[in-house]
Design a protein around this ligand. Structure first.
Ligand code: 13P
Length: 343
């Protein structure tokens, strides 16, 4: 595997493949495990993730990269093989979440957040590179609410993303740049039009800050939300509208030098996330690769099927394999209901 940022980025968005976001922080994975009544321990987290990374069909054929949490990057499988080596053996690129989470912003009324984690980041990136990570992720979140987002929130988060991205590239690591306009949460009754406006604003701000920070756009992957109505909005847009508005927004804001865009799922149900991606790719004529970097929309079915029991590993791997395959098809614009429902 080449060490060039441009080559790593291209490998992460190769045709028909996408990224598995398995970088839930200790708090978030506990919430996921609570939903299946499994205690979150170092071993149970290891077992769950080992199950995913050993899902051969999914990992070899549909997953080009895996985002890990710090603990997982250092963890070994039950038989002593480093989990990173399982990922590499499957032909996928290991990556690492490096932000320290979204914290309350001063003046943000407990709603607006700014992502922290720049202190000491250069040193951490050097270590992560030694441990095998070749890309990183930093997520900032923007909430749509009354009078929000503020300029301060959009700007501070874009600035943080740009400083993070520049540090990653300095250390041979491809930054996934993730400015997420949230569709869930308590203040999510926004329309698709409001989501369009805020997403356009956030992306413009991000690319301006990336430019000022001297970031090489050919060596990044953008991870945006889709343009979609908030989960609690009474008027929900059709799948065709989501695809059309998202493409329109991205074409208006994302330079064509960016090699790839890998969406987050953000709380969309599994098949909606797949269908939207497929419709966009089917539209054709796109200047960048368009794929997935899903967490929940790739893992929800597998998590449920697993339920913490070793006898369920094969079924869980099957559930993960199915979603990975469906999203792989979507990355080619070839997903349809018939495939979704085939045994
Ligand atoms: P979801 O697909 O569950 O939104 O997670 C993707 C991710 O990595 C968010 O940072």
């Amino acid at each position: 595997m080449s060490d060039k940022l441009e080559d790593i980025a291209k490998a992460m968005v190769q045709p028909g493949q996408g990224i598995l976001a398995a970088d839930e922080s200790t708090g978030t994975i506990k919430k996921r495990f609570d939903s299946i009544n499994v205690e979150s321990t170092e071993d149970s987290r290891r077992d769950y993730r080992e199950m995913l990374f050993r899902a051969e069909d999914a990992m070899k054929n549909h997953i080009s990269g895996v985002i890990l949490f710090d603990e997982t990057l250092r963890q070994k499988a039950k038989d002593g093989t480093p989990l990173v080596d399982l990922i590499k053996a499957a032909g996928a690129v290991p990556g690492i979440k490096v932000d320290a989470g979204a914290q309350d912003m001063v003046g943000g009324k407990g709603i607006e957040k700014v992502t922290e984690g720049l202190d000491g980041l250069r040193g951490r990136l050097k270590e992560y590179h030694q441990l095998g990570a070749r890309f990183a992720k930093w997520r900032s979140v923007i909430t749509i609410a009354d009078g929000m987002p503020s300029h301060n929130c959009v700007h501070a988060n874009a600035h943080g993303l740009a400083r993070y991205a520049a540090l990653c590239q300095e250390n041979g690591i491809v930054p996934i740049v993730e400015p997420e306009v949230l569709m869930d949460g308590d203040n999510s009754s926004h329309t698709i039009e409001q989501c369009y406006g805020v997403t356009e604003w956030a992306l413009n701000e991000v690319f301006r800050e990336l430019y000022f920070a001297g970031v090489n756009l050919e060596g990044i992957i953008l991870k945006p939300n889709m343009v979609i109505a908030g989960q609690k909005c009474p008027t929900q847009a059709s799948a065709a509208q989501v695809a059309e508005q998202t493409l329109k927004c991205l074409k208006a804001t994302v330079p064509t030098t960016v090699p790839g865009i890998a969406f987050l799922s953000g709380g969309q149900n599994d098949t909606a996330a797949t269908e939207h991606l497929s419709l966009m790719n089917a539209a054709g004529g796109l200047p960048w690769a368009l794929t997935f970097s899903y967490g929940r929309a790739l893992q929800a079915a597998a998590l449920k099927a697993w339920s913490g029991k070793s006898e369920n590993v094969a079924a869980a791997q099957g559930a993960f394999g199915h979603r990975a395959k469906m999203n792989g098809k979507a990355a080619l614009g070839q997903w349809n209901n018939g495939l979704e429902n085939a045994a």
